[in-house]
Ligand binder design. Sequence first.
Ligand code: GLC
Length: 458
Amino acid sequence: MSQMSQMSQMRLSLDQLTGTNRRAADILLGNDRGGYTVPSAKLYPFQWNWDSALVALGFSVFDSDRAWQEVESLLSAQWDNGMVPHIIFWKEEKSYFPGPEQWGTTDIAKTPPTSGITQPPVAATVIERLLAEDIDAHRDRAAKLLPKLDRWHQWFLDARDPDGRGVVAIMHPWESGRDNLPDWDRPLSFIDTTGVGTYHRRDTDIVNKDERPKNDDYDHYMALVRFGRDCNWNTDHIARNCPFWVAEPGMNAILRRAERDLINMATLLGQDDIAARATARLARLDAGFEQLWSETVGGYVTLDLRRDEHATGLTSGSWLAMFAGPVEPARATKMAATLTYWLSQVKHGVPSFDPNHELFDSIRYWRGPVWAMINWMIATGLIEHGETDLADRIRRDTQALIDQSDFREYFCPVTGRGGGGTDFSWTASMSLYWAARPETLPITPHLSQTGTADQENT
Ligand code: GLC
């Protein structure tokens, strides 16, 4: 735990932050709605799951109490079945679609209403870092959250992998957090959208429509929302019958990492039963992840579980395999070489989709653009596999994009132009956290749980 305690020496006050760092902090404060933070004031006016977790890292640089509040408010919306929802509608806000009426969760969610799906469970990794800042000071707060994380992670296996394959599915593209990835095109094509009817999208009122998912994609998204609402979000029914049932590397990698970080914390805090359960889940997920490896594509790709069919392209989620845990050296070397090649094709990495693939679209949402928080996760995994130069390139690229285009939702990898929402919380958070904590990337000793990647590489 010595690496953990070193971090406590680096706390800063708001007044000590200057330039870009101060502006990043001001964005977080401006998007703070009192205990939770909205991703971007106009486009996303509620609390989003993985945004919120990652935003806590930024707050932790100058206000650790506020950072803890962020994850506490997120986990306070946990459903009785363990799921932590992807959106929490704390306040009524008519400008957003689809809102509580479309999700139809008011009978299931605790007050306030929420969406009916989840998002990648990066919260455990974030909480591990908040705890590491000062273990003695934060022990009690963390101890209260661990049982919630444990139940949420268990929900993933129960609800999204009931057959015990060792990979968790998503039942909606939004569950992945990478909404309109080309990976979803084919699985979505089998969905009947005839009953969707007419509706008014709100996102394209605010953002240029060339940067957002197409209307046809949206019809499919709404068909799946209706499917979930019609079965009252019954997880058994969803697992057996949902027409979209896909395992993807980003979600599975983040969950594996989350289990490792949960084991770390539970062991440290003496919650041995949680550590034991997380260890058992991790063994299943580590083994199952192999199903996502495609020899044809040369990396970890999405698997359509209804058709047992791999996607044809790598995505930014593919590199998160290194964030998940140790990747065997031959594969890690191959992945680093492919990533280096990708980076030679664009001005700034990491594109969300293979820049050499015919479906690459440099500015349309998750079909090409760069996202700061994915970059941070990729770089963290690279460092843990000894790929420090590559990680540093990604860190510098992220900052260059922000310097050029400000704290936008995402960036064009070819030109550096910003896209989507403005004054975006997780972009600000990652910039600030990365600047304040550059040397602490390999914070967790958890790779030693299954042998360290560093050792394997040397
Ligand atoms: C979009 C993103 C998703 C994010 C949300 C709020 O839906 O695809 O990952 O959580 O916006 O920022």
